[in-house]
Design a protein around this ligand. Structure first.
Ligand SMILES: Nc1ncnc2c1ncn2[C@@H]1O[C@H](COP(=O)(O)OP(=O)(O)OP(=O)(O)O)[C@@H](O)[C@H]1O
Ligand SMILES: [Mg+2]
Length: 273
């Protein structure tokens, strides 16, 4: 896996998200502030329904917050501008990745910009230990295998920021530990990892920071939070697969968050907000 040559540092400030309208509006996230650094892994934990997926979707450019700003180190962007700049730099992996019709190999091909480059697919299959599944119909895979295909797609794309929503929720211990090893290669290559998990005891081998969302606010996790999190309830993520900001950006292919030359491709007008 190549090293990410793009500088990765994002700061999200005053993120607020409410669901519902008028008097029925309920704030799920209140004034959330957090930083994201390349080569570091942050675990976001908290009870079912506390807002972990909501926060990751906002960070992934998939869900619009009611307010909030994002600083890239060079520019301060509102979410609309951020969403347009996300491109291939930020990738969000759903808990239950959607597989398209076709084989595992063909599904990996969808992650390729250059469809002719089949060598990288072979490498990705090997990396994710999926070689024996190469010609299997992807829709026939188990949940854990689908998650490995999704990780292999991320491995091909090498995003600067990888957001993982309960990536091991349905895995046995062996596969969870193996997945942690896969994830450590992203960290080594300079990717910023953000993992949402309702279980604060997972990922301790690879995480640098552990945060908790409680009553709409985010804070450092401490031992007293352990007592409150002894449950393994379900996740309400939809079966909608690996999405990148790319799919939202059909008409914005020329913008990127972390260009190699460090010059963001926004017009000066874009940055006045
Ligand atoms: N589109 C929506 N409309 C209304 N309420 C929503 C919507 N999406 C999520 N919610 C609510 O917002 C709250 C936070 O949901 P979210 O999925 O972010 O929680 P979570 O921390 O990821 O939970 P889990 O651990 O179960 O995955 C929940 O109460 C949920 O029901
Ligand atoms: Mg969730």
């Amino acid at each position: 896996m190549n090293k990410i040559s793009r500088p990765v540092r994002l700061e999200y400030t005053n993120i607020v998200k409410k669901y519902g309208k008028g008097k029925k509006a309920k704030a799920i996230l209140n004034d959330i502030n957090l930083k994201l650094e390349g080569g570091e892994c942050t675990l976001i934990t908290g009870k079912n329904g506390c807002g972990k997926s909501t926060l990751l979707r906002i960070m992934g450019g998939l869900l619009k917050p009611d307010s909030g700003m994002i600083n890239t180190g060079l520019h301060t962007l509102n979410w609309n501008k951020y969403r347009k700049a996300v491109g291939n730099d930020v990738m969000y992996l759903y808990q239950e990745p959607y597989m398209f019709d076709g084989t595992v190999r063909e599904n990996l091909g969808y992650a390729l910009d250059n469809k002719q480059n089949t060598q990288i697919i072979d490498k990705a299959l090997k990396w994710a230990e999926l070689e024996h599944r190469s010609d299997t119909q992807a829709k026939c895979l188990s949940g854990g295998e689908r998650q490995r295909v999704a990780l292999a797609q991320a491995w091909i794309k090498q995003p600067a920021v990888l957001l993982l929503d309960e990536p091991t929720a349905n895995m046995d211990t062996e596969h969870r530990l193996r997945t942690e090893s896969f994830l450590s290669t992203f960290i080594d290559s300079g990717t910023a990892l953000y993992i949402a998990s309702h279980d604060p005891n997972h990922f301790h081998r690879i995480m640098n920071h552990r945060l908790v969302i409680k009553d709409g606010y985010i804070s450092d996790f401490n031992e007293s939070d352990l007592n409150e999190s002894e449950h393994t309830g379900s996740n309400n993520d939809q079966d909608v697969g690996v999405l990148t900001g790319e799919s939202l950006l059909q008409s914005n292919k020329n913008v990127t968050l972390f260009p190699q030359n460090k010059t963001l491709n926004f017009s000066s007008q874009d940055n006045k907000q």
